[in-house]
Design a protein around this ligand. Structure first.
Ligand SMILES: [Zn+2]
Length: 140
């Protein structure tokens, strides 16, 4: 079980992917927090739009944002040229691994949405290829 099992979260991931305009001159990273409220409901709070290949994560002291627990984070990699790495970068991995505010047991990791695959960076820095993007997000 993970946040990708939640249909609303998948819809939000799709929305972020589409807004990041992959493969165009306007391609830029999008991302957000996946938050869980006291009733277990998952919601997504988007980050401000990023640059072509970087994005800034808003403050989230104690793993909390807007009074809700951060159970996952995500961002897109919309640059498709061969000069761009599709999989999570070392910078991405360090940002997750070295963030003390995400060091709680309910944090699943950071999902990185790319054209082919959705990856997950776990808190320990390990990267997993989770699922094919088109299948998970129902892109036809
Ligand atoms: Zn990245």
């Amino acid at each position: 079980m993970g946040v990708l099992d939640d249909e609303r979260v998948r819809g939000q991931f799709l929305h972020a992917w589409q807004e990041s305009q992959a493969g165009t001159a306007a391609a830029h990273e999008e991302g957000g927090f996946v938050l869980r409220d006291a009733d277990g409901l998952l919601t997504v709070e988007r980050w401000p739009s990023g640059m072509q290949n970087q994005i800034v994560v808003p403050p989230h002291p104690g793993g909390i944002r807007s009074g809700r627990l951060i159970v996952a984070t995500f961002h897109t990699h919309p640059n498709l040229g061969v000069e761009f790495q599709q999989e999570p970068s070392l910078t991405d991995i360090r940002a997750v691994r070295d963030d003390p505010d995400l060091d709680h047991p309910d944090y699943e990791g950071e999902y990185v949405i790319t054209l082919e695959w959705i990856y997950r960076i776990r808190k320990n820095g390990q990267v997993e290829r989770i699922v094919q993007t088109k299948a998970a997000l129902k892109i036809t």
